[in-house]
Design a protein around this ligand. Sequence first.
Ligand code: 13P
Length: 250
Amino acid sequence: MRTPLIAGNWKMYKTIGEATALVRDLLAGLGPLADREAIVCPPFTALAAVAPLVAGSQLGLGAQNLYPEAQGAFTGEVSPVMLADIGCRYVIVGHSERRQYFGESDAFVNRKLRAALAHGLRPIVCVGESKPQRDAGQAEPIVTAQVRAALVEVTPAQMADVVIAYEPIWAIGTGDTATPADAQAMHAAIRATLADLYGADIAATVRIQYGGSVKPDNIDELMAQPDIDGALVGGASLQAASFLRIINYQ
Ligand SMILES: O=C(CO)COP(=O)(O)O
């Protein structure tokens, strides 16, 4: 019912030359993807070079951020219209690095998510707790509150295009991944929140990815969990061999 989505978030890595080389390697190594979807999210500067390479291929394209207006005097920003124009289908919103380093609030993340939807992009909205929050037993209320805040004024019909990524902050870039059981518990709590907001039928269709130190050696057990519908992969998406192994999870 839910087609798992494996997404590579390249963050601030890869020149145009490095990006196109990686995409060529991925395309060369990718077998048929019957039961799953795979995308890459390069930095803005590489999108135009990567787009024609992946067009018509099995690899989809996403961006890492957007500004929630179609156009205007917003120096340095990139609009959803521009991302759709360049060939993006997905866009990451609310990554913890943006919340932490660029002060993005829940309300701003919600604006971005709705702007993405309004322009035909599928938002991948990131939620996740910090280590002190987890240690204080607050992980679940914090994450489910982030989900509710991100989805303010999002209609049931629009939920078909929304992807949620649970990324515990303490697991990002640390090698310290959540256990499959802990990740599953949080994914189930997120799905229960979606059921509360939209009903069980819609909640059952929304894809919830796990992110945070996803590697070739832990992807299989993560994907075996019933509520884990894909992965948002940082470091291990920067090399073709490791990302291909993750895409080809068992
Ligand atoms: O933040 C992440 C993906 O958005 C996860 O990064 P790592 O896979 O490098 O931990």
